[in-house]
Write a protein that binds this ligand. Sequence first.
Ligand code: ZN
Length: 242
Amino acid sequence: MKYAILGDIHANLEALQAVLRKCQELGVDKYLCIGDLVGYNASPRECVELVRSMNLEVVIKGNHDEQASGSTRLAGFNPQAAMAIEWTRQQISDDQRAWLNALPMLKNLGAKMTLVHATLDMPEKWGYIFDPLTAAASLHYQFTQLCFFGHTHVPLAFDKFGDVKGGPFDEVRIQAGHKYMINCGSVGQPRDGDPRASFITYSPEEMLVNLHRVEYDIAATQQKIRQAGLPERLWQRLATGR
Ligand code: ZN
């Protein structure tokens, strides 16, 4: 069995399609999504439609999904992100809005795996995990061996065995007695300085998690963002992965 865990797709259809092609090459059996299907980029309808058509076992709600499917004031969003959310609200169908709104914030898959967008201690507060200290707060509320999450758009792996250690990774070998929080990076707007789309695979039989990076047609995505009249910064950042 091979799982692919994808997240922070952010309405980037070209990146999502490239990731799904790579997953087929890798022989992925099941897909899980840790949220933020929409926001920032210009293909929210298409990305929601594509993910829905895949009938995933788990799709988690991210903060952009929450805001795009709601009508509340955009607290905590920078001006460019807020503009994209307002634009996204006009783009998605009522049916898509209801579907996004009904997504869960947290889900356990069997006794082994937890999926969340941001943190486990306060999933609805959308905090950021960038270091062992903030990972430790979440690990305290983690009742499975593995937690996959996103939100920062930076792939990082934290390992709790007594202390919590962690940082960038290519591969994590799961060991008995350890607990892990693994951020799968972002499909649609990477921020670790590598512009390629990011996702992970997990093989329970091999006890192995792997990070994958995939090139996609960034220029095509940028063109759509410009055509939609969204802020310049949103298309510019894709080329640098920041
Ligand atoms: Zn995000």
